[in-house]
Design a protein around this ligand. Structure first.
Ligand code: BG6
Length: 476
């Protein structure tokens, strides 16, 4: 067996995509609460506060806040050894800058972590998974403002002290590198609570916000280890390998440069210093990124214990002019292009199981730190049969092919891998589109894109399949 006996087979979700109860028990508004429902290919709108008459799918989500016992019983039956979720920051500090933490919010996570631990399921907790108290945007402009470093550290310290005997695995910021370049409004918003105005230099702003988060993360890693030396505190990256489209040498360089823009984040998390390629880039573009000598020392003192990452797809990059595509990296003129060797999901995500082995190898060789696949999965349309069954063979195939590549990476390539928590173990609100019908789960939730449904949970075929995988500690 390639995997160790204590390998963390699990499932992953995030607070805002499951909990609902967005205004219950003293919770404040978060950045996720002002995102309307979109559709496949239609962006979600980010509104100024909550606007009457608009539909916000995260407000109820799958109502996990009230269903968590029933759901954890299903996770136990499935055999999960780990469950990754996040803490909703605005449940703990409703405005983000409050003096005192909200006891009702803290008590909810006490109940949740107790329930998981009693079921023998290890909680894996992200401190900020695409949600930040909305007030921190309104009053401070989000993470481009250095004041947010202290608010985040205070929040993290509060929860790490409170749950120090209940949670061992932590991650600081979800997919922190998805905001690279400032290309996507939705990522500037969910990663950093930043919104741009017309003349903004988006890339410069995002570098500043990102560096502030990386400093906050390093502070929290150091503090966390003081609170409990057994804590394992990781970063969380979105690794989308960018292959050179052709053997043209310029495509090779384009691929390296496209990856640099995203590696910037884990290079700091893991190595504790700002990489030279970025320092050169800032200089060349005359970006005035604000940081002090003291902050550089903080980065050095707070390097992570492991690298958590999501893996869904790969990209290809080229400078060959005739190909259509969009610009990914401002390091070169290269454009992202469709890879003719792989096919895409219904949402256009290019499915590439071998790419997971590629990522595991390249990241492990780069950092030699334990790796943890904390997201992977297929968003697909599922059909609920009249007898209540769901035959999701496509999902089983997807997961099987990815697990196979993980096995090769561990067995043949010697990669150190501590766990695998497929995304959306239970159907949840899609982050990107706000849909319920982009389903990842092995447990079906009866709810549609308009928010209608009974919220009843049913097992899909993938539930039984994954149960066997966990029992056998891998594929048979
Ligand atoms: C990752 C996020 O980007 O991908 C999750 O960490 C998200 O929050 C997941 O849900 C899948 O994306 P989507 O848009 O299909 O929900």
């Amino acid at each position: 067996m390639p995997f160790k006996q204590d390998f963390l087979w699990g499932g992953a979700v995030a607070a805002h995509q499951i909990e609902g109860a967005y205004n219950k028990d003293g919770r404040g508004l978060s950045t996720a609460d002002v995102m309307t429902g979109g559709a496949n290919g239609v962006d979600r709108e980010i509104t100024k506060g909550v606007v009457a008459g608009k539909y916000y799918p995260n407000h109820e989500a799958i109502n996990f806040y009230y269903h968590y016992k029933e759901d954890i019983a299903l996770f136990k039956e499935l055999g999960l050894k780990a469950f990754r979720t996040s803490i909703s920051w605005s449940r703990i500090f409703p405005n983000g800058d409050d003096e005192i933490a909200n006891e009702a919010g803290l008590a909810f996570y006490d109940r949740l972590f107790d329930e998981l631990n009693e079921a023998g399921i290890v909680p894996v907790i992200t401190l900020s998974h695409f949600e930040i108290p909305y007030h921190l945007y309104e009053a401070y402009g989000g993470f481009k403002n250095k004041k947010l470093i202290d608010f985040y550290v205070k929040y993290a310290e509060t929860v790490m002290r409170r749950y120090k005997d209940k949670v061992k695995y932590w991650m600081t910021f979800n997919e922190i590198n998805n905001q690279a370049g400032g290309d996507w409004d939705i990522h500037a918003w969910c990663n950093s609570a930043v919104q741009f105005v017309a003349d903004d230099n988006r890339e410069e702003i995002i570098y500043q916000a990102s560096l502030n988060e990386l400093i906050a993360s390093a502070k929290v890693v150091k503090l966390g280890h003081e609170i409990n030396p057994n804590f394992q505190i990781g970063c969380m990256m979105a690794y989308v390998p960018v292959y050179p489209y052709s053997a043209n040498p310029s495509d090779q360089i384009a691929a390296i440069k496209a990856m640099d823009g995203r590696y910037f984040y884990s290079d700091i998390h893991v190595r504790g210093k700002i990489p030279r390629y970025v320092l050169n880039y800032w200089k060349e573009h005359d970006y005035r990124i604000d940081y002090s000598q003291e902050e550089l020392e903080i980065l050095k003192a707070g390097t992570v214990d492991y690298i958590g990452f999501s893996y869904y797809m790969s990209d290809a990059v080229t400078e060959i002019a005739e190909l259509d595509g969009w610009k990914y990296s401002k390091f070169s003129q290269a454009k992202i292009s469709k890879n003719p060797y792989i096919h895409a999901s219904d949402w256009g995500w290019q499915i590439d199981p071998v790419g997971l082995r590629y990522v595991l190898n390249s990241v492990y060789e780069r950092y030699e730190k334990p790796l943890f696949v904390v997201e992977n999965g297929l968003g697909a349309y599922d059909k609920l049969e009249t007898d209540g069954s769901i035959h999701d063979t496509y999902r089983i195939k997807y997961l099987q092919e990815h697990i196979k590549q993980m096995e090769l990476a561990v067995d043949e390539d010697g990669v150190e891998l501590i766990g695998y928590t497929p995304w959306g173990i239970i159907d949840i609100v899609s982050f990107g589109s706000g849909e319920m019908e982009k389903r990842y789960g092995m447990i079906y939730v009866d709810k549609d894109n308009e928010g209608k449904g009974t919220l009843k949970r049913s097992k899909k075929d993938s539930f039984n399949w994954y149960q066997t995988v966990i029992k056998n500690n891998g594929l048979t």
